[in-house]
Design a binder for this molecule. Structure first.
Ligand code: FMN
Length: 456
């Protein structure tokens, strides 16, 4: 059988997505703070047998660019207004039955017990359709919202994340699979010998456990990450079962794919169980020229300053201090280093100014745009997939839910016709959709051997 690809649909529970033009697009719905909006999107993605909806998140309104919060609010940039993705996920789960839902949650400002409990709950409520997008947070503004003056330093954030995730995984494994008997006759609800404290005492966290929740349908959420720096890629290769990547160039995507797969093998993991998802924005037309018109119309609505406001958030660096008409400077940033490297590489390769990068950032945070008829777009997906760049793709919208409707109505049938994508869901859990292995086996070998109670 032809190797099949996976699909995720990118959302932020907010007016914008990667595209900062999304809220201004005449085709976009405006009820992005209502449950109905996310129900509609969830149902569309499920109609298209997508593996999952992906909900990104940030924990602060943007204040980095020029130290000014008025422009981000005036322009409606990314993170200016966002509702909590775990609650949106619960809401989507209530009106869908197969669609997976990935929720972003930071390891820097919460406690592992709290996060383990929320994601265990979501996995129960959705009957095994939840993923956790593990992020380390990006900006000083987020630190200040949680009572700190400064953001934790980049590599230190990943040290916290390592202990955070291992503690959460231990909590999710603290009940043996068969601990609950619920025997009405004898009056025994659970076998206490099958429920274990974890007694975690680490450098940063302590948790006694057990989790006050039985083992969830997937044993734990599917773990997703988006590490793009060297440290970030190691973290992703250790823990992630799916990885979200942004790179507009085929050579960059291929290099990332090979690099992360080999890092995963080095951690004693099966690289086939680490699925890599680059992202793109599709513009679909009945003819290529109609698609190009749609693209041009959308891109015209994206302004460079909005893009630079978000670049400043993502990198935690104030880009208002530089000449807009000069190339992107060679600086070190404390936020997302890998994504900034992509911006710098692009600026050098194509002689782009900071203003150009701002425009690209506003159009879609450096995501490539796939443009053309449904067959053209399927060609681009197929080429990238067969070229060893991806196991799947995260589709990001230029207008919501219009982009998803068009993709599901026109591109999905084309992918199915080519045998590249499922025609129906075969399993019920997200882990099954993604073709992942045994949840214990998919962990890094050193952790598996030393730390994990293999409760039946
Ligand atoms: C494609 C991509 C998507 C990301 N999505 C989020 C997000 O939704 N929320 C967040 O706080 N950080 C997000 N991040 C930040 C990363 O998870 C990570 O914390 C940050 O990039 C710093 O690590 P790095 O330098 O290894 O990239 C994203 C990063 C990338 C590359």
């Amino acid at each position: 059988m032809t190797r099949q690809l996976h699909l995720g649909g990118f959302l932020i529970a907010s007016p914008v997505t990667h595209s900062h033009a999304a809220w201004r697009h005449p085709g976009s719905e405006t009820d992005y703070f209502s449950a109905d909006h996310y129900h509609r999107v969830g149902r569309i993605l499920e109609r298209g047998t997508f593996d999952f909806a992906f909900l990104a998140d940030l924990l602060a309104a943007p204040v980095r660019f020029g130290g000014d919060q008025s422009e981000p609010f005036r322009r409606g940039t990314q993170a200016a207004a966002t509702i909590d993705p775990s609650l949106v996920a619960a809401s989507i789960a209530a009106v869908t039955t197969r669609l997976g839902i990935a929720v972003t949650k930071s390891t820097t400002y919460f406690h592992p017990y709290e996060v383990a409990r929320v994601f265990g709950s979501l996995d129960h409520l959705s009957r095994g359709r939840i993923a956790w997008n593990i992020v380390t947070s990006l900006s000083q503004a987020e630190a200040q919202n949680f009572g700190f003056d400064e953001h934790v330093e980049h590599d230190q954030r990943y040290k916290l994340a390592e202990e955070f995730v291992s503690t959460a995984v231990k909590l999710w494994s603290s009940w043996d699979v068969d601990a609950v008997t619920a025997d009405k006759e004898s009056g025994v609800w659970a076998d206490p010998s099958k429920i274990h404290p974890i007694d975690h005492v680490g450098d940063h966290y302590r948790s006694r456990g057990p989790l006050n929740q039985p083992r969830s349908p997937q044993h734990r959420p599917v773990l997703i990450q988006a590490g793009s720096s060297d440290t970030g890629k190691n973290f992703a290769a250790r823990w992630a079962e799916a990885i979200f990547e942004i790179d507009p160039t085929p050579e960059g995507r291929k290099a990332y794919y090979d690099d992360v797969k080999s890092r995963a093998s080095n951690f004693g993991r099966n690289p086939d169980h680490v699925k890599i998802f680059p992202s793109f924005i599709p513009f679909i037309g009945e003819t290529e020229s109609i698609a190009r018109e749609k693209q041009a119309f959308h891109n015209e609505l994206a302004d460079p300053i909005s893009g630079l406001i978000t670049l400043s958030v993502h990198t935690d660096h104030d880009f208002s201090q530089y000449d807009l008409d000069a190339p992107v400077e060679d600086i070190t940033v404390s936020g997302t280093q890998g994504l900034f490297d992509v911006a710098r590489r692009l600026s050098q390769r194509d002689s782009l100014t900071l203003r150009d990068i701002g425009k690209l950032y506003a159009q879609g945070v450096l995501l490539p745009q796939f443009v053309g008829t449904a067959a053209d777009i399927a060609d681009q997906i197929e080429e990238s997939f067969n070229g060893g760049e991806a196991d799947g793709f995260i589709v990001s919208s230029a207008q919501t839910p219009g982009t998803f409707n068009e993709f599901v109505d026109y591109v999905v049938p084309e992918l199915r016709r080519r045998g590249l994508f499922r025609t129906e869901y075969e399993g019920t859990t997200l882990r099954e959709h993604l073709g992942l292995g045994d949840p214990q086996e998919d962990l890094p070998a050193d952790f598996r051997d030393a730390e994990l109670r293999l409760g039946a």
